[in-house]
Design a protein around this ligand. Sequence first.
Ligand code: NI
Length: 161
Amino acid sequence: MAIREVRTIGDEVLGKISKPVKEVNERTLQIIEDMFETMYETGGVGIAAPQVGILKRIVCMDVGDGNQYLMINPEIIELSGEQTGMEGCLSVPGKRGQVTRANYAKVKAFNENMEEIIIEGEGLLARCIQHECDHLDGILYVTKVEGELVDKEVEEDEDEE
Ligand code: NI
């Protein structure tokens, strides 16, 4: 396992569209392991492969509900409701901003065995799904912020995505 360098805003890789994964091989599994390790090390609740410089449609999430979520080639198939709250991103260090997203998200994806899976969630998990899927299309949350980006307060223990 290895911690990978997290690309930050201004890095052109973050604005690119990631390619679908065709097969999961040893290298893919290594990337997934490294993504989880990097996410935990940096205090994130989600990470998308382009954030570590890999333009593949892979997302890892752990929002603290006791599950580790892996989404390969995720496709959001249902969104409903609305939530407005502060959001952060490992690729935009030290900043936060208010973003309105759907409160419920349902996504079709593949697991590490390339079996189709369905992940659905509300609240933080739904927010994280939408934020991470945006990364795969080269979209950062800063383009969706209502008002100004604000400095993250040190005492805040909020989540980075
Ligand atoms: Ni992010």
